[in-house]
Design a protein around this ligand. Structure first.
Ligand SMILES: Cc1ncc(COP(=O)(O)O)c(C=O)c1O
Length: 408
């Protein structure tokens, strides 16, 4: 039998964690709070259908959408990123610094290809996005967890760890973080960009949720404070258009973009031109503002229902975040409850699943970190389903506590 590469065993634990999350999503009978996909009601089917009918004809635009595309991506979509997703949000960049990628995950993989050698260190948030941890381990990086509080990464801890571990990269999801829903404060964004410049470290600003804000003030991206090109911004169309389109984008300096083009060429040549063309038209025809507003209205009331149900039905001593946007609430239960151990019983008795807290804690954390926590997705379920099932879940946890916790 052929020998597998070393990365297969190095990434095994992260693969297992990612599977815990994804396997719970496939059963149609289970009420899932574990996912991270848009709601069924959130897709602009009719508009996509109309655009497809209009575009896929044997004329110049039609051919442009079925042949190989350029490595950087379809111009109309890059213009939409520049003019609609970045400039009004405080990031003014040239179209030559925007590459369309296969989802928001691909920039993370490509940046590892560009910068990470086996044994390099990457600083990550605690907790952090499980899928990204898997990619980092695939490149045999060492992950060093950094502290977070209600305003995101704690900058003093990041700087202390820069001095101690000399990382190559710092990874952050600054807005409505996955998994906590926490947002990095404006002053810390500037400080993080400055740290990247001062110590010559790559700051990977992974920001797929920034558009979906329900409350609070909009914040300027870290990249907008970057004077040296050390910060790279990654975005996604998965939450604001369709994850099946597999579209994302990346903003990088001229020097890095040149190298990233070579990496993209050696990876998949170009991103899907058919979905790029449809998405480009979607923005060009002006559908986005109304679509985004409808997404926010749909999810805002789901967030409110979840927060209300957590306060009403969960055991005393439960803490949770209050996200101003995005998809997730992070819940910390009394320490006697182990969400990973209880998950099979919850699925069997209540037909409910959630994201077990411990899977979002990268290596370098103490054994059992996050075991009393859970990531709760609110975007995928209607308010009444959230209320009814969180009542059941809260009562289940209360009963477990009365019985002495998970070990009973
Ligand atoms: C933190 C984070 N980064 C990136 C992504 C991008 O995903 P995709 O490749 O679907 O665009 C996601 C999606 O869930 C995410 O949560």
């Amino acid at each position: 039998m052929s020998e597998f590469s070393k990365r297969v065993s190095v990434m095994a634990n992260e693969v297992k964690n990612l599977k815990v999350l994804t396997e719970s999503l496939v059963s149609p009978d289970i009420i899932s709070f574990a996912g991270g996909a848009p709601a069924k009601e959130a897709y602009p089917f009719e508009i996509i259908g109309d655009i497809a009918k209009e575009v896929f004809k044997p004329d110049a635009r039609g051919f442009g959408s079925v042949v190989y595309g350029t490595t950087m991506g379809v111009v109309a979509l890059r213009e939409a990123v520049r003019d609609i997703l970045l400039k009004p949000r405080g990031l003014d960049v040239d179209i030559d610094n925007i590459m369309i990628t296969a989802g928001g995950i691909q920039p993370i993989n490509m940046l590892c290809q560009l910068f990470i050698n086996p044994g390099d260190t990457i600083l990550v948030e605690t907790p952090t996005f499980v899928h990204t941890s898997m990619i980092y381990k695939m490149f045999q990086a060492n992950l060093v967890p950094c502290e977070m509080d209600d305003d995101g990464l704690v900058i003093a801890d990041v700087e202390a760890k820069i001095k101690k571990y000399h990382p190559k990269m710092i990874y952050t999801v600054p807005t409505f973080q996955n998994p906590t829903g926490v947002t990095l404060a404006q002053d810390r964004r500037k400080q993080l960009a400055e740290l990247g410049s001062r110590y010559d470290i790559i700051i990977l600003e992974d920001d797929p949720y920034r558009e979906i804000r329900y409350s609070g003030e909009e914040l300027i991206p870290i990249k907008a404070f970057d004077q040296t090109g050390n910060t790279i911004f990654a975005g996604s169309f998965s939450k604001i258009f369709s994850p099946g389109s597999r579209l994302g984008f990346m903003v990088a300096s001229d020097e890095f973009m040149d190298k990233l083009c070579n990496i993209k060429l050696g990876t998949d040549t170009c991103t899907n031109t058919m979905t790029q063309t449809i998405a480009g038209e979607f923005f060009k025809q002006g559908h986005y503002p109304q679509h985004l507003e409808s997404l926010k209205n749909l999810y805002r009331s789901r967030r409110d229902a979840m927060v209300k149900a957590l306060d009403a039905y969960f055991p005393e001593g439960t803490k949770h975040t209050y996200p101003d946007g995005g998809y997730y609430v992070w819940v910390e239960l009394p320490k006697e409850l182990d969400t990973g151990k209880l998950a099979p019983e919850v699925a069997e008795k209540l037909n409910v699943c959630y994201g077990d807290g411990s899977i979002f804690f990268s290596e370098g954390n103490p054994e059992g970190a996050g075991s009393n926590c859970m990531r709760m997705n609110f975007s995928g379920q209607p308010e009444e389903v959230i209320t009814e099932n969180l009542k059941k879940l809260g009562n289940f946890f209360k009963e477990k506590l009365e019985q002495g916790g998970t070990s009973c």
